[in-house]
Design a protein around this ligand. Sequence first.
Ligand code: OAD
Length: 247
Amino acid sequence: MDQTNPIKAAADWLAQAESIAVLTGAGISQESGVPTFRGTDGLWKGLSFSDLASPEGFAEKPRRVWEWYNWRREVLRGVEPNPGHEALAKLERSKGFCGIITQNVDRLHQTAGSQNVIELHGSIWETLCTGCERRFDKTGEALPEEPTCEVCGERLRPAVVWFGETLPTGAMETALAWTQQCDLFIVAGTSNVVYPAGSLAFAAKQAGKTVIEINWDETPATDSVDISLRGKTGEILPQLLGTSALS
Ligand code: OAD
């Protein structure tokens, strides 16, 4: 690897790779204007995830939880994918296999054109009935303060994964399979502190894959990856594609 030019080294790996899997987190949507969870302006600063993102918090005060999710849906109605999302969508069109494993619930990867996406933490655009367990697609809709199921009348909840809950059936199994199947694993814009998603960079490394991290800060995975590129995902991902033979 070219130690003096890590972007070039990463771009070379990208160009050589035949199969790429990518893990993304809130950082990739930050440049679209979506708040992240941790860090100086993070959503968890001053807010309690057990109040807003746990089954117990919802059972105790559903209106408080819906107020927060309706605010986040409102924020997301006004945002567009950024060059980071667009670069990954382009990568999928250029490579034999490119799969995105995202912790984001905003659907911005799909809006940018990515098709092979695992939503590890669900989608903020869907609701789930706490009674009959039906799912409803409420993309872009403004919801009432406490929405109820149009079929059985029970309370609806956001169809997202909360702390203490299990991931959607098969999601982690497929994500782990991709860490084995790919030859290059990219970890972009995640703090790598929420498990099981936080284990994927290590799983890819243990499987002998090349792992590239893109983050403007260090994470618990930084010392274990092959190259950690420090900067904005919306700048580095397009730069990587532009520098590699893919452009
Ligand atoms: P975090 O907010 O924990 O981390 C975002 C990461 O992106 C941090 O490491 C930042 O340094 C980095 N970052 C932010 N903006 C960036 C940018 N423009 N370019 C490059 N890096 C940037 O978000 P996640 O890792 O996604 O789960 O958090 C994981 C989970 O924790 C979320 O899915 C959510 C949260 O609690 C649930 O709600 C269940």
